[in-house]
Write a protein that binds this ligand. Sequence first.
Ligand code: F6R
Length: 618
Amino acid sequence: MCGIFAYTGNKGKEAGKILLNGLLSLEYRGYDSAGVYMPESGSVKTTGAVAELRRKLPKDFKGTSGIAHLRWATHGEPSEKNAHPHADCGGEIWVVHNGIIENFKELKEKLSKAGHTFASDSDTEVLAHLVEEHLKNQSAGGGSSSGGKNFEKAALAALNEVRGTYGIALQYKREPDRIIAARMGSPIVLGLGDGEHFIASDPAPILPHTRKVMFLEDGEVAVITPGKHRIFRLDSTTVKRKATEIDWSAEEAQKGGYEHFMLKEIMEGPEVVRNTLRGRLIPAKGFAKLGGLESVTKQLQRIDRIIIVACGTASYAGQVGEYMLEGHARIPVEVEIGSEFRYRKAVVNERTAVIGISQSGETLDTLEALREGKRHGALTLGIVNTVGSTIARETDAGVYNHAGPEISVASTKAFLSQMTALALLTVFLGRQRGMTEKEGREIALALKELPEKIEKILEQRGAIEQLAKKYSKNRDFLYIARTYNFPVALEGALKLKEISYIHAEGCAAGEMKHGPIAMIDGNFPTVAIATKDSVYEKMISNIHEIKARKGPVIAIATEGDREIAKLADDVIHVPKTMEMLSPILNVVPLQLFAYYLAKEKGLNVDRPRNLAKSVTVE
Ligand code: F6R
């Protein structure tokens, strides 16, 4: 997803260098083109990577402030002309933008009639022209650009005219040290330095410079100069906000010695589960303590139904949560994809809790689904990894994952932490609703043992790499499982297709004979999750069905299960745990399998084509 970074400083630092390094730390969001503008030097854009942008910069590209952008196309193809920053007719007003200006066509028409000429197909460009138009009208009315007031007024007037979502940074050539930022649905963070200020779409590019940040809310505008920052609303009323200290280290966002962020993040699995559990379990009493939910204890007692809303991998964690919460806390749960829930007329009331699960905390469809729940009086909760993100701030209460920043586009460690948080929630709510102390204790103890068990799976990564090599020529895969592991089959297939571009389908093993089994032949391998649990025998029957059609089978089986090796072509063994927690172990070999297969194919594992890390558009 697009990334914004802007800088203004009076410390004699080279802004160009700061801006490019900032863009590098935003690369993980996924992008197709990049660009930078500095009032003293002009603008340079490329359809390539940030490294290419750096190569294109002339030697004398220097200055003390500027705005920079990584674009992920929404309106207009990925091209240099559509890359940001975009400018007005006079090349004086420059803008970088994340989001979509929904009324850009009518604005473009109006501005064209007024004599503006457009250089791109991008919706963003209208913003620059709109500010130019307002500035022109002000000077026609006799205004002078003293202290940036006219630029601010023009920017505010333009923002009040646009509809849609935006996170933006605007700069005016004649006032080079002033940058205006605004937020409507797309995140904006201010970084507060000493004699320098920053604007970004997330804290990553700011952290090497300062830990002091401020998050803008929707409908807010910020003005930064080297020595000052101000926040106000679109109606010009002043906003007072306290700075937040971010405690991530910049190193946390590095690869830590692994070839790819994805492998690093898979290897972090044990630590991530420990971090999600830390301080939240009282095993002796079979309790879970979730401080983030204390403020809504009474409302939680009233709810009679849960709707989990999420997208992609997070929605599969939600499906695992459905099995956990219904199976052990006995609360009716439904899982809805954010983009579906927000547009249908679901029955929601004040006895419903709508839980949004999101690593980034910014996924627009999940956010809008939560807002829809709120409109109907539901209690809204978040299971979110990114502290201070929009979902974290807009929900009534929630549970943070504590998984640390996830850089690789494909979600791995966040998925483990989401399922772990859902297991904690199951104990937390279950114990309020008749779960016995014994059952609570059993789950708590099994949860505590998970990190070591994940370590044992990670030790087998060499063997999984060999397996990936063996199957790297296959073009199609089926993933099957039942009950708790059915969502893991969906996740295994998603992981494979998104990073290796190999066709993969996840299916409930019982559904196979209703269609998917028709695809099976000697070239169509099936990954079967068949650990020892309540549906083990059923899974064995399904594997027989596949073998009868000569389909190769890779089985995920419980340690000590020797029988399955007689049936399956290849077996990956995982330690035994309670059935409810088995998804947290069983997904790990599937993540490694997808990783090694994509690596074997020489693909850009961390930045798969067409995908973005944080999906802040619909
Ligand atoms: C897949 C993946 C996506 C995300 C989805 C939701 O590997 O990463 O499917 O899970 O876009 O993102 P968050 O969790 O940030 O809301």
